[in-house]
Design a protein around this ligand. Structure first.
Ligand code: PHE
Length: 456
């Protein structure tokens, strides 16, 4: 089928697709989450396992998602219905669509904070601030319901406008502009960070593995981080794959996306840890790391005003290319399956994410029972993050591996990848990983969580 005549839309070029998919993968997951999770899990040893999981679980699952998407040219629900009609498999697609709206809702709250911090940075709010003041500033900022809600609305509005533009003129055009800008800003900030006095200790923490830090829970965190960061387990790559032309090599494209995503994560660590240690701060600062620690770091840097504004702009940009992909999944579902027109689908799905995002936005102190859910003991946003960003994606990845390995069949994926004389290097290794290694490794991690009852 000629994709250009397809009303669903298609990527305009190979690089356009790779940048759009890399844009989905690269986001708060790399720049905000990766450094703080690395900090909490002991540094370089965690980073090593994160890499291993990207390579032996992330890459195989990504190739599978892209093949399912391109073969069926459908959204996740339509794709599983097409390949396994009259079965339970389409539920896996429904789980993906629901997860997409859910992640979009709380992810946009955090993305809204980054936008707010960018505006604050331009306004010079971060001058003369020590660590404690920065913490107070952050707490005050996120616990003001009006501010949180306004930024949530603004950020979701921007996301909706881009997705409204469609596949090649909306998502692809923006990704082509935004991704290179992001890389440039990151490199500038990293150069500043590694040349600070006292940066060496941070580099050692980040790059020299201490193998005594290895534990099962560290492995579970490394896997969750790898899936979240690569946008896997909810059909984002099925949806993005459905717009790829048949002539493209899916395995190589997936390789590039994994490479770029990992590269940005590595650079983000290089940006944060040297500066962190140079300022004598604690790497186990948790999720507030970026918002609390960085403003104080920038404040103590020559030209910190520029770096501060640049950093939060960068984080907002990175988050936007990810929220675009999160919204595209439910929108594609509505357009394909419910025959909605794109504007209607975008409007209603954005609105749904906004409504679902309200509890997350208010959970930072504004509404006390949302800040601490009884029994679970977590705030609503953290709860949503773990439930959707962690469990839902890991479950999705597990069943996608099982689907490809035992239902649709590895041969069909290989056939899809090798269309038009494309090479699938290491196809046998991929088959082994997707049929045996991925399901067993993910199940083992689930078992560990069940046995230790370490759910949250
Ligand atoms: N990968 C994105 C990030 O790292 C988040 C995301 C997860 C996007 C799942 C789409 C699907 O920020």
């Amino acid at each position: 089928m000629d994709l250009s005549s397809n009303h669903r839309g298609a990527w305009g070029s190979r690089i356009g697709f790779i940048l759009a998919a890399a844009g989905s993968a690269i986001g708060l997951g790399n720049i905000w989450r990766f450094p703080y999770v690395t900090g909490e899990n002991g540094g370089a040893a965690f980073v090593l396992f994160y890499f291993i999981f990207v390579l032996i679980i992330g890459l195989p699952v990504m190739i599978s998602e892209l093949a399912i998407g391109r073969h069926t040219q459908k959204n996740p629900v339509g794709a599983f219905s097409a390949l396994a009609n009259r079965s339970w498999w389409p539920l896996l697609g429904i789980l993906g669509v629901a997860t997409g709206v859910g992640i979009l809702s709380y992810y946009s709250v955090i993305a809204g904070w980054t936008l707010g911090y960018f505006i604050k940075a331009i306004g010079g709010s971060f001058t003369d601030m020590n660590g404690e003041q920065a913490m107070q500033h952050f707490t005050q900022f996120v616990s003001d319901p009006k501010t949180s809600l306004i930024y949530l609305v603004v950020f979701l509005g921007i996301t909706g406008m881009v997705v409204m533009g469609g596949v090649s003129s909306g998502i692809e055009r923006w990704a082509k502009i935004l991704m290179p800008v992001l890389l440039f800003l990151l490199i500038v900030l990293t150069l500043r960070s590694v040349t600070l006095q006292g940066a060496k200790e941070g580099l050692a923490f980040y790059l020299k593995p201490d193998f005594s830090k290895i534990s099962l829970s560290m492995l579970a965190n490394a896997l969750g981080q790898a899936l979240f960061s690569l946008s896997l387990g909810m059909g984002t790559m099925i949806t993005y794959g459905s717009y790829i032309a048949k002539r493209e090599n899916l395995a190589i494209s997936a390789g590039y996306v994994c490479l770029f995503d990992t590269l940005i994560a590595i650079i983000s660590g290089l940006m944060i840890f040297p500066a962190l240690f140079a300022m004598g701060l604690d790497p186990e600062g948790g999720p507030g790391l970026v918002f609390v620690v960085l403003p104080t770091i920038f404040e103590q840097m020559p030209g910190g005003f520029i770096f501060g504004a640049g950093f939060f702009l960068l984080l907002t940009v990175a988050a936007l290319t990810s929220t675009i992909s999160l919204l595209e999944v439910p929108v594609a579902y509505m357009v394909d399956e419910k025959k909605w027109r794109r504007p209607k689908a975008v409007l209603l799905m954005t609105l749904l994410a906004l409504i679902l995002g309200v509890p997350s936005a208010l959970s930072q102190g504004a509404v006390s029972w949302l800040s601490n859910i009884p029994l679970i003991g977590l705030g609503f946003l953290d709860f949503a993050n773990i439930l959707l960003g962690n469990y839902s994606l890991t479950t999705g990845a597990l069943f996608i591996a099982i689907f490809v390995g035992y239902k649709w069949g590895v041969k069909n994926v290989i056939k899809e990848v090798t269309l038009e004389n494309n090479q699938f290097y290491f196809a046998n290794l991929w088959s082994f990983l997707i049929r045996f290694f991925c399901p067993i490794a993910i199940l083992a991690i689930f078992m560990y969580i069940l046995i230790t009852r370490n759910y949250f």
